[in-house]
Write a protein that binds this ligand. Structure first.
Ligand SMILES: NC(=O)c1ccc[n+]([C@@H]2O[C@H](COP(=O)([O-])OP(=O)(O)OC[C@H]3O[C@@H](n4cnc5c(N)ncnc54)[C@H](OP(=O)(O)O)[C@@H]3O)[C@@H](O)[C@H]2O)c1
Length: 254
């Protein structure tokens, strides 16, 4: 892979599994040093070892993004280990599934604390540091929020998750507008369904299999389909892209 991100430092939240794990590896392959954040640090340590074995540089940092006070210090730790952050991937997310009539206020709050407030604070704390280090002024600051097609539609049994992802879509555009003149590009990716821990149990059920048959192409997407969009939004091209959410969904919401 071309080293388009050589010398850059990237943070990926939710790097302990699924898409975040993939994003961290892809950013590393493109030359970035990566700070891996999540709660399951054993998995992060294994990924650090994998990235280092492939010749990359990575550090594992424990972070619960629903702990508002912990996000800034985690980013400071990343900068102390790797240098100024120029790419922040707000990927950590939870399923927030459950029917509205049964959902407890705690599940609602947890979903929004991770999927919405975690993204907001992750972006804001990264932006502050990108400004302080001069990365923003150089037009190299990139914030990438992982939303979902759920931000644009209603998915079965996922009303609150969909609401949280609609909020991520809105936040991405709002922050892009606020920080446009600061040199910070804020963009997002809205993936369709890719099998990961967040949905594997559901797709193993009859209902899940039926949902897949209802997609226009009757399939889930491959793990690597987001790689190129991620690299574009992380790299020099995104100097002139901000407030954009790229939908990659194999036509699943058509
Ligand atoms: N897979 C899909 O089809 C799909 C489609 C559209 C959007 N997305 C979005 O993609 C993102 C990644 O999901 P995934 O599919 O890769 O699911 P996943 O395999 O379940 O990964 C979720 C990640 O988020 C982390 N996380 C959850 N709560 C956290 C918290 N409080 N603090 C820090 N990290 C936390 C988890 O790490 P720990 O548990 O170790 O903390 C894990 O690394 C999510 O935002 C999801 O909504 C996924």
């Amino acid at each position: 892979m071309e080293k388009t991100l050589s010398g850059k430092v990237a943070v990926v939240t939710g790097a302990s599994s699924g898409l975040g794990r993939r994003f961290a590896k892809v950013l590393s392959q493109a030359g970035a040093s990566v700070a891996l954040m999540a709660r399951r640090t054993d998995r992060l340590a294994a990924l650090v070892a994998e990235i280092e074995a492939a010749g990359g540089k990575a550090v594992a940092i424990a972070l619960d993004v629903s702990d508002a006070a912990a996000i800034g210090p985690a980013l400071d730790q990343a900068e102390a280990a790797l240098g100024p952050i120029s790419i922040m991937v707000n990927n950590a997310g939870v399923g927030g599934d459950g029917m509205a009539l049964e959902m407890t206020p705690e599940v609602f709050d947890d979903t929004f604390a991770v999927n919405v407030r975690g993204v907001f604070l992750g972006a804001r704390e990264a932006a502050k540091r990108m400004m302080a280090s001069g990365v923003a002024e150089r037009g190299e600051a990139r914030i990438i929020n992982i939303a979902s097609i759920a931000g644009y539609t209603q998915l079965p049994g996922l009303t609150v998750y969909c609401a949280s992802k609609a909020a991520v879509v809105s936040l991405t555009k709002g922050l892009a507008r606020e920080w446009a003149r600061l040199g910070i590009a804020v963009n997002g990716i809205c993936p369709g369904y890719i099998e990961t821990e967040i949905n594997a149990d559901w797709f193993a059920t009859e209902g899940g299999a039926k949902q897949i048959k209802g997609f226009p192409r009757r399939r889930l997407m491959d793990e690597g389909v987001l790689d190129e969009s991620l690299l574009m939004l992380a790299g020099p091209t995104a100097k002139f892209i901000t407030g954009t959410l790229i939908t990659i969904d194999d036509g699943q919401i058509l």
